[in-house]
Design a protein around this ligand. Structure first.
Ligand code: S3P
Length: 446
């Protein structure tokens, strides 16, 4: 299990207008998958723009432990020489994923589909997260959970299936992690694996499967879902991966510029995959002045530069159906809503309770600590905005959650009394350059 150094508190002060251009680091979801597909193909995969955050580096370390040779060749540039599907090594030591839910769950899929046994563990946050949602389908495919902590939590000892059974699986919640774990295990199955999701979740695994030469089909299912069919045991061949800028990280400077009077910034090369842009849709409904400057395709994904200007926002009703396309953005949306006029209702947030922290509770507590009028109503979060600067002045408990940390620092930049957080350390998991990049726009921290 990872050890933790002493917490590092940080304060964001009320700052002047934010100005400038920036490119946020590579997408976390794609970066994890780039290492994993590199491991599973034979030959050399070149990666450009990889997010060098702690979560992704731990997935890289796990891929090494399973037989990949991984080398950094420059900033964000990596080479992976894969062990190949069906030829993975059993790791000698525990796979320590630190804070990373995605890395651990996707790698459970990889191990679950191979005749190897591995122990999965992580920090105090990861140890609280439910893993039954991953272990259940893997067990149907023939994997065995040899050890687990209470309720199917880490540490977990997982014995993969030598010949994983092809299954048809309906995910119980909209989750790209569950879908991906089943597909990754299904890769080494002799038949056809089908995953059905009632609501479409991010499709990076499907795209990367096709990019590496697998036969995968994604069709609409019901009103908003997908049915994904994968032919097992493909010959995966390496293909370069260019990682676009992470919309979940761009969300922080975008909202910072919207709520800090006089701001005007440009975000470069942000991924515009429609399964990731729910926050943008919502902010535009709130009246945000965000303009797309240059849409293009990079590395197989639509990307765009976005010009963002400070805006008078108004409260909106965010439908539950939008949650999969903005699941990681609710903390920062709640901050934006605190500055809007009127009420914002964010519906159907049950999945937020099982993220890096109980994000529903952490957001509501953080808002209350900073004088914002808010309430949790079942699975909904209600925020009544000030129609201007929030009061601030609070100390926010981050519960080992990077997105709680960054959201409340953003709030501090535009609040009357600033905002403090109890620990900035976890920001390194997804956005290690958050502080210098924000400072380059004019954000003040102390
Ligand atoms: C991710 C899927 C989402 C998201 C996480 C990254 C992925 O989790 O919250 O940050 O890369 O597949 P769920 O699948 O649990 O919704």
């Amino acid at each position: 299990m990872s050890s933790h150094a002493a917490p590092r508190p940080l304060a964001a002060r009320r700052s002047g207008p934010l100005k400038g251009r920036l490119r946020v680091p590579g997408d976390k979801s794609i970066s994890h998958r780039a290492f994993i597909f590199g491991l599973l193909s034979v030959g050399e995969t070149r990666i450009e723009g990889l997010l060098e955050g702690d979560d992704v580096l731990r997935t890289g370390a796990a891929c090494r432990a399973l037989g990949a040779a991984i080398e950094r060749t420059g900033e964000g540039q990596w080479r992976v020489r894969g062990a190949g599907l069906g030829s993975l090594l059993a790791p000698q030591d525990t796979l320590d994923f630190g804070n990373a839910g995605t890395g651990s769950r996707l790698m459970m899929g990889v191990v679950g589909g191979h005749a190897i046994t591995a122990r999965f563990d992580g920090d105090a946050s990861l140890r609280k997260r439910p893993m039954r949602r991953i272990l259940d389908p893997l067990e149907l495919m023939g994997a065995r959970t040899l050890e687990q902590a209470e309720g199917g939590r880490c540490p977990i000892l997982l014995q993969g299936a030598a010949e994983p059974a092809p299954i048809e699986y309906r995910t119980p919640v909209a989750s790209a992690q569950i879908k991906s774990a089943v597909l990754l295990a299904g890769l080494n199955s002799p038949g056809r694996t089908v995953v059905i999701e009632a609501e479409a979740s991010r499709d990076h695994t499907e795209k990367m499967l096709a990019h590496f030469g697998a036969t995968v089909k994604s069709e609409p299912f019901g009103e908003a879902g997908r049915r994904i069919t994968l032919e097992g045991r493909p010959m995966l061949s390496p293909n370069p991966v260019i990682v676009p800028a992470d919309p979940s990280s761009a969300a922080f400077p975008i909202v910072a510029a919207l709520i800090t009077p006089g701001s005007e910034i440009v975000i470069e090369g942000m991924m515009m995959n429609p399964l990731r842009t729910g926050l943008l849709t919502t902010l535009l409904e709130m009246g945000a002045d965000i303009v797309e400057l240059d849409r293009r395709v990079e590395g197989g994904e639509d990307v765009a530069d976005l010009r963002v200007r400070a805006s008078a926002l108004k409260g909106v009703d965010v439908p539950a159906a939008r949650a999969p396309a903005m699941i990681d953005e609710y903390p920062i949306l709640a901050v934006a809503a605190s500055f809007a006029s009127g009420e914002t209702r964010m519906r159907g947030l049950h999945e937020l309770r099982v993220k890096e922290s109980d994000r529903l509770a952490a957001v509501a507590d953080g808002l209350v600590a900073n004088g914002v009028d808010c309430a949790i109503d079942g699975d909904d979060l209600l925020v009544r905005g000030a129609g201007g600067p929030a009061e601030g002045g609070g100390m926010v408990a981050t519960h080992l959650d990077h997105r709680i940390a960054m959201s409340f620092l953003v709030m501090g930049l535009a609040s009357k009394k600033g905002v403090s957080i109890d620990d900035e350390a976890m920001i390194a998991t997804s956005f290690p350059t958050f502080r210098p990049l924000m400072a380059s726009l004019g954000a003040e921290f102390s």
